[in-house]
Design a protein around this ligand. Structure first.
Ligand code: OAD
Length: 264
C-alpha cells in the first residue's frame, strides 16, 4: 500500500519494520537533509540556482574563464556550511550506518554534515568503512589539482582575493579547484560503482531530501527499485520517484528520519 501523505503511525511503523528487517539497505540523500541546518538547497524558491547561474559557477569552462569568481563562490559556500551544524536527519543516518553493517549511505551533498554527524555518533570508537558516506558529487572541503589530479582535504580559508592569491598545488604548482563535480563532468568512478552495487543489493532504498532531478545520482534509487528494493521517500514535495515509492512521507527529513531509523 502506498502512503503518499503526512507521516502517520501505521505507515511509519511499516516502513520502520521494512528497514529493520532489511539485510542490506541503501539511503540516498540530497540537499534537503541539510535544509534544517541552514544550508541552502539548489532548486525551489530559496534554491541556489535561482540566484546564481550554474553555467557561470559550476562548470569547467567557468573555472577556466574566471577562477577567482568561482573560488569566491565556493569560499562563500564553505563558510556558510562551516557555520552550520548537522541536524537530526544527519544524526539518525549516522547512528543507523554505524549500527547496521548492511546499511550504506550515498549522498549528493558536498557539505560535510553527514561526516560530522558520523564522527559525533561514533565518539571515541573507530569509524568502520561501511559507515562512511559515499560522496557522489565530491566535497566542498577538498581540493583537486588541475595539473596532477591530486585530491587533498582543505579546511583552512581560501584566499580568493585575486588570481595570484588562489591556492596552488604543493606538488606540481598548478591551480587547485574545489573537488566537486561540475555540470558536464563525470562522477568519481569508485563512488558511483560503490553506490550502484549498494543499490543493486539493497532490499530497501530510503531516499531523502533530493529532487531526483540530477543523473546519474538519482538513478541510484531507480536501480534499487528496478532490482526489487522497497522505496521509501522523505520529502515535503513530490519528485519523479514518488510514484515508485511504497511509502512517501511528505515532511522534513529531520522529523521523519529519527522516527524511521530509531532514536538516539
Ligand atoms: P535540490 O535542491 O534539487 O532538491 C532539494 C530537495 O529537498 C527538494 O526536493 C525539496 O523538496 C527537498 N527538501 C527541502 N527541505 C527538506 C527537508 N527539510 N527535508 C527533506 N527534504 C527537503 O537538491 P538535490 O536533489 O540534492 O549537484 O540536487 C542534486 C544536485 O543538483 C546537487 O548535488 C547539485 C545540484 O546541481 C552538483 O553540484 C553536482
Amino acid at each position: 500500500m502506498s502512503t503518499h501523505d503526512e507521516p502517520e503511525n501505521g505507515s511509519l511503523d511499516r516502513a520502520r519494520r521494512s528497514l529493520r528487517r532489511a539485510d542490506r539497505a541503501v539511503a540516498l540523500t540530497g540537499a534537503g537533509v541539510s535544509a534544517a541546518s541552514g544550508v541552502p538547497t539548489f532548486r525551489g524558491e530559496e534554491g541556489l540556482w535561482r540566484d546564481y547561474s550554474p553555467r557561470e559557477l559550476a562548470t569547467p569552462d567557468a573555472f577556466a574563464d574566471d577562477p577567482v569568481t568561482v573560488w569566491q563562490w565556493y569560499r562563500w559556500r564553505r563558510r556558510k556550511v562551516a557555520a552550520c551544524d548537522p541536524n537530526e536527519a544527519h544524526a539518525a543516518l549516522a547512528r543507523w550506518t554505524l549500527k547496521e553493517e548492511g546499511a550504506r549511505l550515498v549522498t549528493q551533498n558536498v557539505d560535510d554534515l553527514h561526516d560530522r554527524a558520523l564522527r559525533t555518533a561514533a565518539g571515541e570508537a573507530p569509524i568502520p568503512d561501511h559507515a562512511r558516506p559515499v560522496e557522489l558529487h565530491g566535497s566542498l572541503f577538498r581540493t583537486l589539482c588541475t595539473g596532477c589530479g591530486r585530491r587533498r582535504e582543505r579546511r583552512e580559508e581560501i584566499d580568493a582575493s585575486s588570481a595570484g592569491a588562489l591556492p596552488r598545488c604543493g606538488d606540481c604548482g598548478e591551480l587547485l579547484r574545489p573537488d566537486v563535480v561540475w555540470f558536464g563532468e563525470s562522477l568519481p568512478r569508485e563512488a558511483l560503482d560503490t553506490a550502484m552495487d549498494a543499490a543493486r543489493g539493497a532490499s530497501v532504498c530510503l531516499v531523502a531530501g533530493t529532487s531526483a532531478a540530477v543523473q546519474p545520482a538519482a538513478s541510484v534509487a531507480s536501480v534499487a527499485a528496478d532490482a526489487g528494493a522497497l522505496l521509501i521517500e522523505v520529502n515535503p514535495e513530490r519528485t519523479p520517484l514518488t510514484g515508485r515509492a511504497a511509502h512517501a512521507f511528505r515532511a522534513g527529513a529531520e522529523e521523519v528520519l529519527p522516527a524511521l531509523l530509531g532514536g538516539g
